[in-house]
Design a protein around this ligand. Sequence first.
Ligand code: AG3
Length: 285
Amino acid sequence: MVLDVWFTEKHEDKQGISLKVSGILYSGQSKFQKIDVIETEAYGRVLLLDGLVMTTEKDEFFYHEMISHIPLLAHPNPERVLIIGGGDGGTIRETLKHPSVKKIELCEIDGDVIDVSKQYLPSIACKMDDPKVETHIKDAVEYIKDKKNCFDAVLIDSTDPLGPGVGLFTEEFYTNVQDSLRENGVMAAQTESPIACRKEFKLINKLLNGVFSVVKPYFAPVPTYPGSYWSWTFCSKVTQPEIYDENTAIEVEKSTKYYNREIHRAVFAVPNYVKNLITRSQTAK
Ligand code: AG3
């Protein structure tokens, strides 16, 4: 008998992404969510939280390079970085490519995600024990409250606005993130798919516009996420993201698979149908 086992992440019970499974490496229930690591032929090892694809060995680079390099290169000298969520370690690995960074705080609610990632996803979690990294197993909603004027960059590497991630998509939380930034501080958040998660994308954009003065969504493919087309949003009080530090960008792009200076210049181009979503969500304010 030949086993033909497939994993499907369904999006609103209307469509899905399917991967042929060659093995199940880990399956457990943490205090917060179900955690699985499956082996697939197409994308290598895949981390699932509550049955949703968080990252895969083969396409993680799109996501982790976008959430890190765009905001960090827009800042003239990022030294202190807070990563919210990000328990798989991919954002830490990319952030450490910036020589100015002195300290990274990781605030992840679920310590099991970190342990599982270290054990099963070594190419992604490889830098989690770097001496520049300080890990806090805490809810970022609480953690951020008394952090005022202390970070150069905050990177919100969260799950979808569901379950343990829901508090990371509120006006109150974004206001606290803004207050935690230094004057020319920058923030980037994963902001869902503008095709498969239109409602969420619109709502997040509206919330961010209510808090930050600079709000710029940017886009890249992530083949294993809903819609296979994803967004992040850059926010700040004053700093503009299109202007990047040329010398650091040259260094960084030596080791990236997606990011380069041409991508940086192109990434803020907003497709017409997305402009429409954003304009409507802003006027709905
Ligand atoms: N953050 C998860 C993005 C959301 C994916 N959503 C989905 N598959 N429904 C990624 C964490 C990687 N560090």
